[in-house]
Design a binder for this molecule. Sequence first.
Ligand SMILES: [Cu+2]
Length: 269
Amino acid sequence: MKEPPIGILHTEFDAKGNAYTTFFISSEIVKWKLGTWEVVDRVPCYYSVGHLMIPGGDSQKPEGKYMVALNKITKDRYLPTGPELNHSAQLYDISGDKMKLLLDFPTIGEPHYAQGISASRVMPNSKKFYPLEENEHPYRAMGEKDARVERAGNNVHVYMTTIRSHFAPDNIEGIKVGDKVYFHVTNLEQDWDVPHGLAVMGANTAELLIMPGQTETLLWEPKKEGVFPFYCTDFCSALHQEMQGYIRVSSRDSDIALKWGLGEPEPEQ
Ligand SMILES: [Cu+2]
């Protein structure tokens, strides 16, 4: 007779009235039937198995086709890269009577628990980008022609646009120490996975991340005179490194007029 499993840890369920329980010490997964409680299958895991994940496996509607076993203790399996090693995971097909190992792979940080959801539930609800024509942000700029800088007392509003691979405007002057500069950045991209970012040297907020079609605002309060660079902070194309600009800050009493443009500053518009 087979040894009994030891070190019971975690249980998940499939859609056919079966439960799957991990045994940390005997390193195995045991499949058993609800109601009759009989053990119907056992598979060894290569290392001490922790948690299990069956999509929906802890809900009223388990999907029950695949199961992932998460394995915390994986010494000697992967390259010794430092104090912590990769953990391992095992993917099983549980659609038949017997559990079938499909894949054994390294993963990072066996979590205390993991949850899976089928792609077909996520895909219809996922957004590729925000349509620009639906952007109702009060400080949006709908195209580069709309890009501009406006002063209202000590408040300066920069209506900025981003598209691969430049900002508009990317050269600004006439900002003064003590101004509150609001960068209202509209990402003009209308494509999947092309966010742009904005970081300005000396800003208290690290960066903005602007999704395609959206407008976000970063407040920058320059404390001293000088020329300050700003950058895109989200890798957006091979020319991402060129996606930058400069803003010149003058003394409070300077009479340098507000100017902005692409490349060289252009006369006030
Ligand atoms: Cu960018």
